[in-house]
Structure formats: structure tokens, C-alpha cells
Design a protein around this ligand. Sequence first.
Ligand SMILES: Nc1ncnc2c1ncn2[C@@H]1O[C@H](COP(=O)(O)OP(=O)(O)OP(=O)(O)O)[C@@H](O)[C@H]1O
Ligand SMILES: [Mg+2]
Length: 457
Amino acid sequence: MQNKPRLMVVDDEAGHRQMVRAVMQDEGYEIFEAENGRKCLVQLQKNPVDVILLDMKMPVLDGMGTLEQIKKRQNPPPVVMVTAFGSVGSAVEAMKAGAFDYLTKPADIDELKVVVKKAHEYSLLTRENTQLKDRISKLQKSARIIGQSMAMRQVMELVEQVAPTEANVLILGESGTGKELIARALHEESARSEGPLVKVNCAALPEELLESELFGYRKGAFTGAVQDKPGRFQLAEKGTLFLDEIGELPKHLQAKILRALQERVVEPLGSVREQKVDVRLLAATNKDLDIEVKKGAFRQDLYFRLNVLEIMIPPLRDRLEDLPLLVSHFIRVLGDKNRKQVRGVDRSFLEALNNYHWPGNVRELENVVERAIILSRSDVLGVSDLPAAITDSFSRDKKNQSLEVPGDDYLKESEKEALIRALRDNKGHREKTAASLGISRRSLQYKLKKHGLIRPH
Ligand SMILES: Nc1ncnc2c1ncn2[C@@H]1O[C@H](COP(=O)(O)OP(=O)(O)OP(=O)(O)O)[C@@H](O)[C@H]1O
Ligand SMILES: [Mg+2]
């Protein structure tokens, strides 16, 4: 049975291709060659591979251009960039554009084997659940929901399953956990996505206003009602109505909502005629509705209706492993918004975030990152850019316990990036690079080795 892993080496230097062929064939790979990016893309059309080794500098279509095209394919294989040592900066760009890893030329044979093997394992792993991952990542992209923790994956899976149905969904979670984000995703992934998504915050309006906002009124229904006005139910026709903070809904409006759900009609104020409505209802609350029902503050029959499906978004402190991704996301988005180029965060910054209990969840994190972006004088955010509430609890905890930091890879990456940047800025001069990083030459040497930026002897 022919079941060899397939490796494509894309390079304009025939010598390099031959070297890779010789080494990797021995490792059990089937090798395909292409001498430039264009040929690589043509071959991939008919001949999918598991891993691609891609040279940066090539005629016709260079590495970056090719990577971009490969990434547009469905289920792209992992791409390892190959670059001359002097141009590692562009390799970092390539990593940002989605390359799996990179190697410097002339290639170290052991490193070549290790990196290709890692890439192959990665491609096997991703293939296993590509279908689900595909759907989830599409969802994450379109809804910009960030999170790889088990808890968030489960939320996303549920969204995927539930969105296309007509079921009412109750979204639960503490303040700032992303309830509105999930509501939007449910709408956008549904058959009603072409229709409107209308939101009502039940806590934001006084009772009388809330009623007319929800159901509308007829001209003359009360003083000041000079013309007919449709309610949010009518405005959401053929779309989705999102009732936020439903726990604050007054009792007599609960009855009217229940009727709208059961009989699919609403009655505008001052009207004698009912109006048919075709609306899917999503609701959110940070209250425990079970308790509200027991207290008699919330109608049980409405609770059952709303709660056909329940999506519970866990608080951020229970999924701290999502911190690094969320932080990168907010740095990108909020850096652009504030017109500041921020490259990353240092280790202490993430450690402090990791030690904090996040009562305001993702919204609080978003605010903290934005504040740091605005305050920071450097393009790497540090612990001094954080508010006292966070650093205080950090230094307190630090005395008592050792630190556990999630996303160690991310930290490694950001250190590696910082090294590469400093090397580039100082044109590879070790002494100056060490000085610019505020570390000794020896520890620079150590770090360069650790990150594979120079070869261990
Ligand atoms: N998983 C996530 N990925 C990216 N951004 C997120 C995520 N979760 C929340 N956010 C962002 O955090 C902020 C708060 O989210 P959202 O308004 O959806 O929370 P909420 O649960 O409705 O809060 P509240 O209970 O205060 O109404 C928003 O700016 C949202 O975009
Ligand atoms: Mg909200």
C-alpha cells in the first residue's frame, strides 16, 4: 500500500531541491518538486501534498505570493518557509501570514527533518477533524469570535448546530462574556441572515416605553402618538429579535412576549387588530432565571419557551488559555483603531493578565488592552501599561505561588520575534543587539540558540 507522506519542495535552486529529496526520501517521504511558486500552485491543483517547503526568493512568483495563494485553498497543507539567514525578518512576516514554521538556508539537515516531521504531524492532526474545524473557523472568522479553549469550542459547536434551526435560544453568561457576539453569530449563520437582526435591551428602557418599543403603536394611541410606529417585533420581520437582559423584563410584558411566541401575533398599542409576525427570538441574561422563576419574578412558561436551547458562555477566568489569542486579536484591532503599531506584549504582561480574576470578562480585557495601547511608549506592551487593579493582584499572588502561564508557545514566539527584530535593527551585530535588548552577550547567545536562530555547536 502506498501511504507515504507527500512533501513538495519549491525552490529555484536545483541543488537545494536535490538535497531535500535525498534527505527526506530516506525519511520515508514521497518528494515532489517545483522550481517556482506558479508551478507549485499548478501542481497542487491535481496533486495535493501533506507538507510544502517553500523558498522565499524565487523568480515568477515568490514565497510570500505563493503562500498567500496556498492559504486561499481549502484545507491548505502546512507551509515551511525557507529563507536566507539575513532575511529572517521576512520569515516572521510569513509566519504572520500563516506559515507553519521556517528554516534558514543553508539548511541544517537535522532541523529540516524535525520541522518537516512536525509539519506533517500537524497536517494529520488537522485533517482528522477538518470538517468541524472548517465550519468552526469559518464561524470564528465571520463572527470574529476568538477562543480555542475547550469551553469556547463547545460553545462554537453548539452555535453551529443551533444557528440554522428556528429554535429560540437563551444565551447565558456573566457580563462581558460575549453574549451579544454569540447572538449575532446565531443570526448570521441562520437562514434568516438576509433579514434584520434587531436588538432590544430590556434593562435600558422604562416599562411604558419598552412596551411601545417592542410592539409599536397606532396613531392616537396616546398623547404624542402622531403617527403609527412599528415595534421592534415588526421591524425584525423575517429576521431575528434579540432581547438582551431579558431578566429585567416586567411581568406584564413577559405575558405579551409569550403570546407573540406562541401565537406569532403582536398587538400594537391602541390597535384593535393583531398583526402576524415571523420572528426568531434570541434572549440573553446574566441573571439566573431559575432563581427568578422561583422568586416569582419571571414566568415559568416564558422561561420554558425561551429556553428551548441554552448556550452558556463560561467566564474568562475559567478559560485563561484563551488570553493570548484574545490579546493578539485586540492588539491588532485596537492598534489599528488607535493608529498605533503594537507588535506584542512581554511575558510579565501576560502573566499579570493570567493572575487576574476578570470580573468584567472579555469586555474588561478589551478595555485593558486598549488602555495599554494608548498609554504605552513602546511597541511591546509591558506590565507598567496595566492598571493598578491588575498589577496589584498580580504582585500579591506572585509572593504566594509560582506562576503558571498559558500559551507558552506564544511567549516563546514573541521572544523569538523580539530577538529577530533586534538582530535586524542592529544588522546582526551581537554586541549592539544584546545592548538594545538590555541583556548580556552571553544571554543573547543562549537565547539565539534556544530559538534556533544560530546553530548549536
Ligand atoms: N470570544 C470573543 N472574541 C472576541 N471578542 C469578544 C469575545 N467575547 C467578547 N468579545 C468582545 O467583548 C465585548 C463584550 O462582548 P458582548 O457585548 O458580546 O458581551 P455581553 O455578554 O453581551 O456583555 P453584557 O452582559 O455586559 O451585555 C465586545 O466588544 C465583544 O466584541
Ligand atoms: Mg450584552
